[in-house]
Design a protein around this ligand. Structure first.
Ligand code: GLY
Length: 384
């Protein structure tokens, strides 16, 4: 295991080689998953086969689209397209749609299909998913409820930092339909996130409750972090990526300003090799890393840098930090087996408090690692 800080080098050849390795591995597993999906996290490096029911289904589909873009091999396009009917059914029959993660689910499957191939059916299903997401908007609170049925007492009025990544679906829906309501909801939710999820020290709560009737802010708690007042690494990484994506859609400079604060905290709390612990409260090498948070953070830093002029001091800072993390992931966190193990990035943590997916591959970690590689080698047009 390479735990040293890597020199900051952007080696196109290395990134191309890693894309080729990832694509070959993913291709090996196309017949295995076929119209199904890897589960959220691996068990012993091997993903279980799941129907389209989890919040994570689209990460595999998104990887297939990335591979198609990166290699031009039509097997990847066919494999991605074979997955789309289950997304259509899921939206139209409202199967497992009590979640704000409709954004992840439909952006990486159907929006990607529409953007890359002009697939009208996929566009319509993504718009249906945006409508379902709008049903979760609580007008008095101005937020999208994260989890569960809207009447579920455990989740009523709860928003979570991850949702910043679900908002691009709403911006896209406004762009497609010309109706401002989707974008208005996205902007309102982002504003409430900045007000209540972000703390004065530039860390983030994982989840925050609002009173759904009066709109009053209540309190922050964690679900997957170490403590309510600690900084769950993946939550911070979602913010580092979600805010620059919000900027992409709104050009609100405050989003880059706040993303810079969150990124600054994240970068100041990394171990020597640049791959974060699962919660940023930790400093001891005995703690588990979360490689998936590192991969998300790399994408966030590259997205952020893309909105800054090349001469801006943070442009270089973020590109360098992203490369350092990427080089560490490549050097020490890639599962190099091709046939035996479907996981790509090792040492992710899904849910430490529940002891699920600890020290395993997580399918979003694999997705964002691959997206980061693609971002490193080309001027990539985001599905987000
Ligand atoms: N969005 C759920 C997670 O990051 O685990």
């Amino acid at each position: 295991m390479n735990r040293q800080a890597d020199p900051i080098t952007r080696s196109m050849e290395t990134y191309q080689k890693e894309i080729a390795f990832a694509a070959a591995k993913i291709k090996t597993f196309i017949p295995h998953f076929a119209e199904n999906f890897p589960g959220p996290s691996s068990v012993g490096g091997i993903y279980p086969i799941r129907p389209n029911e989890d919040w994570t289904s689209s990460f595999w589909t998104g990887m297939l689209w990335l591979c198609w873009e990166a290699t031009g091999d039509d097997d990847f396009r066919r494999a991605a397209e074979a997955q789309l009917p289950s997304f259509y059914r899921r939206a139209y029959e409202r199967l497992h749609t009590d979640t704000h993660d409709l954004g992840f689910l439909y952006t990486l499957s159907c929006v990607a299909a529409w953007k890359l191939t002009g697939n009208q059916e996929a566009r319509n299903a993504a718009l249906a998913a945006a409508d379902l997401l709008m049903e979760r908007f609580l007008p008095a609170a101005g937020i999208i409820q994260a989890w569960g049925n809207l009447n579920d007492p455990a989740n009523r009025g709860r928003m979570i930092v991850d949702c910043t990544m679900n908002l691009p679906l709403l911006h896209w829906a406004s762009d497609e339909t010309g109706k401002p309501t989707y974008r208005d909801a996205a902007i309102s939710h982002m504003d409430r996130t900045l007000e209540h999820i972000f703390r004065d020290d530039h860390t983030t709560f994982h989840t925050f409750f609002m009173n759904p009737e009066t709109g009053a802010p209540l309190h922050g708690t964690t679900a997957q972090g170490y403590a309510d007042d600690s900084c769950w690494a993946r939550g911070q990484a979602w913010a580092m990526y979600g805010l620059p994506l919000g900027y992409r859609h709104t050009h609100n400079p405050n989003l880059l300003h706040r993303a810079a604060e969150a990124s600054g905290y994240f970068l100041e709390h990394l171990p020597a090799d640049g791959v974060c612990f699962w919660d940023l409260i930790f400093t001891s090498d005995n703690e588990k890393r979360d490689s998936s948070a590192a991969a998300i953070a790399v994408c966030g830093l590259l997205e952020h840098a893309s909105h800054l002029p090349p001469a801006h001091p943070r442009h270089r800072l973020y590109e360098d930090a992203a490369m350092r993390m990427m080089n560490a992931l490549i050097g020490g966190y890639v599962n190099r087996t091709r046939e035996e193990s479907s996981g790509l990035l090792t040492e992710a943590v899904y849910d430490m408090p529940k002891n699920v997916g600890v020290g395993e591959s997580c399918i979003w970690g694999d997705y964002f690692y691959l997206e980061a590689l693609v971002r490193m080698v080309r001027d990539w047009r985001p599905y987000w």
